[in-house]
Write a new protein. Structure first.
Length: 603
């Protein structure tokens, strides 16, 4: 079985914890800016000394209300400064953070609170408080629900806990921190549940430290540790990827800002001017598709498309000895006309981006590298504390997800499944021995992903074992490559390939509501025309067919999409087809749109 191991570059003391860096920075660099907090229209600096004092104050309050070593505390909030403040404070009090997506439904919250036996819950606002009100009684261990934003005639949780902990000494907090062991659980993260009920993934302080050290010991750490560097975090901190990179950025000394205002992300980039960003592929797809749609709407579509092709060609040439004179000249011209404007949309000084959570797609990776914002794609799961492998500066293979971080090993099983081991790999699911035994065998975590690893250690993902479609003719088809290609089209929001036990491969397509108005105008459709009005429109069907034809070039005839249906609505988290990180819940889609799938195969 092919296998690759990355050398170990660090050791983790038995008494280490993920909160140690908060107090270490306060002692060694108290004036260093570790966060930038949005107050009104201004970004206000938060120094290491200030942050440690706030963490200590909130931790005192947690101790005062009875949080003991190992107790679970729920945290349900959008991405904002208070998120890491409360997270670190829970650790400083000796507790275990249980993050909950702010978009979670009441039943999801109920299950997490009940299964984790969280004793307290901190929510963000009145809306979240209302969500959990009816389910709190179903969680027998839960005592109190606190709120970050002050409720009517009340204090916010930071002020409230600070007041409650006034009589607790700093030494009490330091004693709690000193009692922590690297092997202690730091967090229970409930998997987003693309299938079945979420499982509590138990990550230790050692896991989080190994993840941070692995990132910082890679070439990406060179940028993160550069004095004055800053990043804007906008992904949900309840997701392991955003949380792990935030911890690594803090440990590196980078200044972190937060926003959850996704519709105004581009203006916020302009204000904050991040040096690097972390995102998921769908955001990069939207940036590209929006720029392309705007160019076509302004009559500059041919210029944009030529610029995009040139960016991809220039990037591909970097892996083959470099661009020739003609390609260099075209690239320089388009840099002035097109690429500089795209970089400006990311704040103007973004040097690189990190992508995870789902496959990026080689063409999109080449496009962004070609415009001057290299996206370093990584790979990992909640069970591997986020990134297990990542492309890094000077060690990148576009289309792959990079090499394992320090100390980690990858093995490809005989059936193509990716197996992982190392210090970032979790020890098991919370109180679920059966699920743990099914996923970890002889020290190797079975990911459920299919892929390859080359002699240099670069991992390439080819699909999911559980997502493999077996047609009636016995052909095994992995849908990922087809779906990635289709989602790259400006008009397509989501695509799901179907055909299990069917005579051929089909697809369900949803239309991007943001791209549709410009398409309507170009094609002389009435303003306000929706996807539901166009599901049988010849021009729209023809354009989607062109995208299908392009995707089909990537696979064999037996794997190609033969028929498709345009759906009148898009998939969303609210309607249950997407996870908070934009992953398809295939079982939900198959159930909700069963009639549409059957119509693909109707004679």
């Amino acid at each position: 079985m092919p296998e690759f191991s990355a050398p170990q570059t660090f050791t983790i003391p038995e008494d280490a914890s993920a909160v140690d860096s908060v107090f270490a920075f306060a002692k060694t660099k108290p004036a260093a800016v570790v966060y930038k907090r949005k107050v009104g229209n201004a970004w206000v600096d938060v120094t290491a000394g200030d942050f440690a004092a706030q963490v200590t104050a909130v931790a005192k309050g947690l101790i005062a209300i009875g949080v003991k070593q190992g107790d679970r505390v729920g945290l349900m909030s959008a991405t904002r400064f208070e998120w890491p403040l409360v997270d670190y404070a829970i650790w400083a009090a000796g507790g275990v953070t249980v993050p909950i997506y702010e978009t979670s439904a009441a039943e999801q919250v109920r299950w997490i609170l009940e299964d984790s036996e969280a004793i307290d819950l901190i929510v963000e606002n009145d809306t979240h408080a209302a969500t959990v009100k009816d389910v709190a009684a179903a969680a027998p261990a839960l005592r109190t629900v606190y709120q970050i934003d002050a409720a009517a005639a009340g204090k916010g949780v930071v002020e409230e806990l600070t007041a409650l902990g006034a009589d607790i000494s700093d030494e009490d907090v330091h004693a709690r921190v000193a009692a922590l062991k690297a092997s202690d659980p730091a967090t229970l993260i409930y998997t987003s549940g693309t299938t079945g009920r979420p499982k509590g993934c138990q990550l230790t302080h050692s896991n989080l430290i190994a993840e941070s050290k692995g990132i910082l010991d890679s070439n990406l750490g060179t940028l993160l540790k550069t004095p004055g560097v800053r990043t804007l975090m906008f992904l949900p901190l309840a997701h392991v990827l955003a949380r792990a990179v935030s911890i690594a950025s803090f440990d590196a000394g980078a200044a972190l800002g937060h926003t959850s205002d996704i519709p105004n992300l581009v203006p916020t980039f302009g204000e904050f001017k991040p040096d690097f960003i972390l995102s998921v592929p769908r955001v990069f797809e939207k940036v590209y598709n929006s720029a392309r749609a705007k160019a076509h709407g302004d009559g500059k579509g041919k210029i944009f498309d030529a610029a995009a092709d040139t960016a991809v060609a220039w990037s591909e040439a970097q892996d083959k000895g470099g661009a020739g004179i003609v390609l260099k000249a075209k690239h320089a011209l388009f840099d002035k006309l097109v690429y500089s404007k795209l970089r400006a949309a990311l704040g103007g000084q973004c040097q690189l981006a990190i992508s995870g959570g789902a496959p990026l797609g080689a063409r999109l990776g080449h496009f962004f590298r070609g415009i001057g914002v290299t996206i370093y794609e990584g790979y990992g799961l909640t069970e591997t504390t986020a990134a297990f492998a990542v492309n890094t500066i000077g060690a990148q293979k576009v289309g792959s997800v990079g090499k394992p971080l320090a100390g980690n090993s990858v093995r490809i099983a005989e059936d193509g499944e990716i197996l992982l081991s190392g210090p970032v790999v979790f020890t098991g699911y919370w109180r679920n021995e059966k699920a743990t035994a099914e996923s970890i065998e002889n020290g190797w975590f079975h990911t459920g992903d299919l892929g390859t690893v080359d002699k240099d250690g670069y991992i390439t993902i080819t699909g999911r074992k559980k997502e493999i479609i077996v047609t009636a003719g016995g052909k095994n088809v992995s849908p990922a490559q087809l779906e990635d290609s289709l989602r790259a089209h400006p008009l397509i929001s989501q695509a799901i390939v179907v055909g299990d036990q069917k005579p051929f491969i089909g697809a369900l397509i949803t239309i991007d509501a943001e791209a549709l108005p410009a398409w309507n105008e170009r094609n002389n459709k009435a303003a306000g025309t929706t996807a539901a009005d166009l599901v049988s429109d010849g021009e729209l069907v023809g354009e989607i067919q062109d995208a299908i034809d392009e995707a089909n070039k990537l696979v064999s005839h037996a794997e190609a999409i033969k028929k498709f249906r345009i759906l009148p609505v898009d998939f969303s988290e609210d309607t249950g087809e997407l996870t908070p990180t934009m992953k398809l819940k295939r079982n939900v889609v198959h159930e909700s749109f069963a009639a549409d799938i059957e119509k693909i195969y109707a004679k």
